[in-house]
Design a protein around this ligand. Structure first.
Ligand code: CA
Length: 232
């Protein structure tokens, strides 16, 4: 049995999907907006997210990016649902980290087959929610709330800890300032993105030479380099 988060603003469609998800033996929670989706996901970690692309308060692509920036949710499989069959939308969805894609109108049978396929691909014995994260000389232990650079322990603020955790969880991938604001500050981003810059700068200083691993991606955000990126 898995827990499925259904993000869809059309009530009839949401009810239809919920009905079939339940009939397949899963539990579910429902969200109508992007903001609700993130709130639900934080409250109860889903095993799978069915994510409508066009939501009243934003795009499913952003929801997906935000999930990927949250340490505990970065690996949750996402199936995107959209009325847009256009290739660029599909590519954007995959770039944001979607695992599969269904185009409206879809048959419920098709969706259910994809749900089983994605859940089958997900680890049956999932990693603990908080594995130790290590890249280069930086090591972060979420359970003990400890950070080490080489063998030296650092004492970070709670915010610096969450920021480093988000960067390590997505090592090698670019995180936008917006995604960091929502993932780390856990609120809708009415805060200025400069807040992110200020804190990243301080975090780099705290990490010393190891902080050089946090690269600025001009005009976009930040990326913690793990050596897997293509050389520039
Ligand atoms: Ca919609």
């Amino acid at each position: 049995m898995s827990h499925v988060l259904i993000v869809e603003d059309e009530p009839d469609l949401r009810a239809l999907v919920a009905h079939h998800v339940e009939a397949a033996g899963h539990t579910y929670s429902e969200a109508e907006t992007a903001a609700e989706a993130l709130k639900c996901a934080r409250q109860q970690r889903p095993d799978l997210v069915i994510l409508d692309l066009m939501l009243p308060d934003g795009s499913g692509v952003d929801v997906c990016r935000n999930l990927r920036a949250m340490p505990n949710l970065s690996k949750v499989p996402v199936i995107m649902v959209t009325a847009l069959a256009a290739e660029p939308e599909r590519v954007t969805g995959f770039e944001a980290g979607a695992d599969d894609y269904v185009t409206k109108p879809f048959s419920v049978r098709e969706l259910m087959l994809r749900i089983s396929a994605v859940l089958r691909r997900a680890p049956t014995d999932p990693q603990p929610d908080s594995p130790v994260l290590a890249v280069g000389g930086i090591r972060l232990d979420p359970e003990r709330h400890e950070v080490y650079v080489d063998s030296e322990q650092l004492h970070l603020t709670a915010l610096e800890f969450r920021l480093l955790s988000a960067l390590l969880s997505s090592a090698g991938k670019v995180l936008t300032r917006q995604a960091l604001l929502e993932g780390v500050w856990e609120m809708s981003p009415d805060l200025r993105t400069r807040t992110v810059d200020t804190h990243v700068k301080r975090l780099r200083e705290r990490l010393g030479p190891a902080g050089d691993a946090i690269a600025t991606v001009r005009g976009v955000g930040y990326c913690l380099r793990d050596g897997s990126e293509a050389p520039e």
